[in-house]
Design a protein around this ligand. Sequence first.
Ligand SMILES: [Ca+2]
Ligand SMILES: [Ca+2]
Length: 223
Amino acid sequence: MNKLTFTVFIILTASITFLTGRSFRVQQVPYGSKYSCNTCHTNGGGTPRNPFGKDVESRVSPGGNETFWGPDLAALDSDGDGFTNGEELQDPEGNWKQGDPDPGDPNLVTHPGDPDDHPPVVSVKDEKNFQNEFVLFNNYPNPFNPSTKISFNIPVNSHVTLKIYNVKGELVKTLADNDYTPGTYEALWNGRNDNGVQVSAGIYLYRLNANSFTETKRMVLLK
Ligand SMILES: [Ca+2]
Ligand SMILES: [Ca+2]
């Protein structure tokens, strides 16, 4: 084999390895094709693997035919933002299988490899809890670590703010500041402030303002 043939052989081998390596991985996580390697890499294909990409990579065996996605990978919080990989990819239980339609709402899909990107306030169909009045529900779980869910109900179109304060009354995090149609909504708080910094353990207050309705409740972030 002369030098040129050898060089072409190496390039071809590397390309095939690269392409197959990328494609089989992204097809085995929900929304893999939509976001391609952006769910596995810090800044798109070719850049270093992010924490989620490393967790996926740890499941690669020779041949790469194993199923990556499942309840155990969905239950991990690879990027440490307080939301599980399943919550970020709209498949909390990790039930999605290769070949299924992508789960959940594409607009709500967030990035399991990026601690600054996580699920926003979502509308939840909750016939049992829906009431024809403003309600701020107790957060769950409480006490909590690392994350908790805060739900509210609004009976009419409302401008809603949902904010978290420390016991000194200082604003820690704005979870919602938007117009919402009647319904029940759920926000997740991951114990980080508006700058993405993990806050210390202790008592926090969450306040809902919706039109003229205001209510404040307490919750406890554990160490
Ligand atoms: Ca996460
Ligand atoms: Ca994330």
